[in-house]
Design a protein around this ligand. Structure first.
Ligand code: PMP
Length: 359
């Protein structure tokens, strides 16, 4: 039986995609073996890889002049790869700190260059983002880095920062493909796959051509964008199964109507859950309403001593993985593309019933 999986990542995947992967697992394309067992250099797999890239480009309307890479090392690997590829050791990069994932990116970047934290939302306990008008960037910065959606805090930027020509780098791990974006605003976009793209183990990087070919000499070759571009992301063995499943997810997204349809779907799901939270004094969400995440919704209950009961009873009803991140507690429901409105409605119905019994 399938449950509703509200995990933050690895996260729920579209049922149709899982069924297709299952149906062709043992005998992929009449080859008598699974896609996991074929060479990444075989014609059949190269076709999968190329189709996935072309579908991703179509979904995101990636303009000419950008490379799309399918890498390993997670978003965390990119925390290092970005400074190593985009700047020398004496350079300065601007970072916005809006929560735990920005902080991790900052910590890693500090090992490689001068980090200037140009905005830090700690006074709000990371429940908001800086006002666009308050942002001032270093004119000579190598790049500006930010986290459009903080997966743990449930805080999302309602705008794209205007950097005045400095390349903008975005960790889109938990928001990519949730709605259309204007890729031309960004110098580099990266995302771990395990939320809206596919299984863990794959990292997508979309990078503007002028930012490729500048890696420091000591950059590990697997993290050197130029080397990976030249090799079609196959400098070494790529995560073939993850790439294949990502390709199935991209085709599923196209069948759903693309990212404009996803935007409507995701906006409606998030509104349904926030409305339920706001309608009752029993539930709370601390995030500034203008930057509440559509993808990750943290919430509290009036009696925190009942959190474990809430999570356990929800799980018993097929609503899984609602505990908040271990660092913040409370609850969190992640509503990625593959989460259905029925799942959200089952959750809000459970919340109402829990409040009736324990409120
Ligand atoms: N950035 C964000 C916004 C994330 O949500 C995560 C993972 N939850 C990471 C970075 C780290 O990703 P990975 O585990 O792929 O390194």
């Amino acid at each position: 039986m399938r449950i509703y999986n509200f995990a933050a990542g690895p996260a729920t995947l579209p049922l149709e995609v899982l069924e297709q992967a299952r149906d062709e697992l043992l005998d992929w394309r009449d080859g008598g073996m699974s896609v996991m067992e074929v060479s990444h250099r075989s014609k059949a797999f190269v076709r999968v890889a190329e189709q996935a890239e072309s579908d991703l480009r179509e979904l995101l309307a990636v303009p000419d002049g950008y490379k799309v890479l399918f890498l390993q090392g997670g978003a965390t690997g990119q925390f290092s790869a970005i400074p190593l590829n985009l700047a020398g050791p004496d350079a300065t990069a601007d970072y916005l700190n809006t929560g735990q994932w920005s902080k991790k990116a900052i910590g890693e970047a500090r090992r490689y260059l001068n980090v200037k934290v140009v905005a830090d939302e700690k006074d709000s306990n990371y429940t908001t983002v800086p006002l666009a008008a308050n942002l001032a960037f270093t004119a000579a910065a190598a790049y500006v880095h930010y986290t459009p959606n903080e997966t743990i805090g449930g805080v999302e930027f309602p705008y794209v920062p205007e950097t005045g020509g400095v390349p903008l780098v975005a960790d889109m791990s938990s928001t990519i493909l949730s709605r259309p974006i204007d890729v031309a605003r960004f110098g580099l976009i990266y995302a771990g796959a395990q939320k809206n793209i596919g299984p863990s183990g794959l990292t997508v990087v979309i990078v503007r051509d002028d930012l490729v070919g500048r890696a420091r000499e000591l950059t590990p070759t697997v993290f050197d964008y130029q080397a990976m571009v030249e090799a079609g992301s196959m400098l070494n063995t790529p995560p073939t199964f993850g790439w294949y499943v990502a390709g199935l997810v991209f085709q599923w997204l196209k069948r759903q109507g693309g990212l404009a349809a996803m935007e409507r779907h995701n906006r409606a799901k998030a509104a349904r859950l926030y409305d339920a939270i706001d309608a009752s004094p029993y539930y709370g969400n601390p995030v500034d309403p203008v930057c509440r995440s559509w993808m990750n919704v943290p919430f509290t209950i009036a009696k925190p001593e009942l959190e474990k009961t809430f999570v356990a009873e929800a799980a018993a009803e097929g609503l899984a993985n609602l505990e908040g991140h271990r660092s913040v507690g409370g609850m969190r429901a992640s509503l990625y593309n593959a989460m259905t409105m029925e799942g959200v409605e089952a959750l809000t119905a459970f919340m109402a019933e829990f409040e009736r019994r324990y409120g």
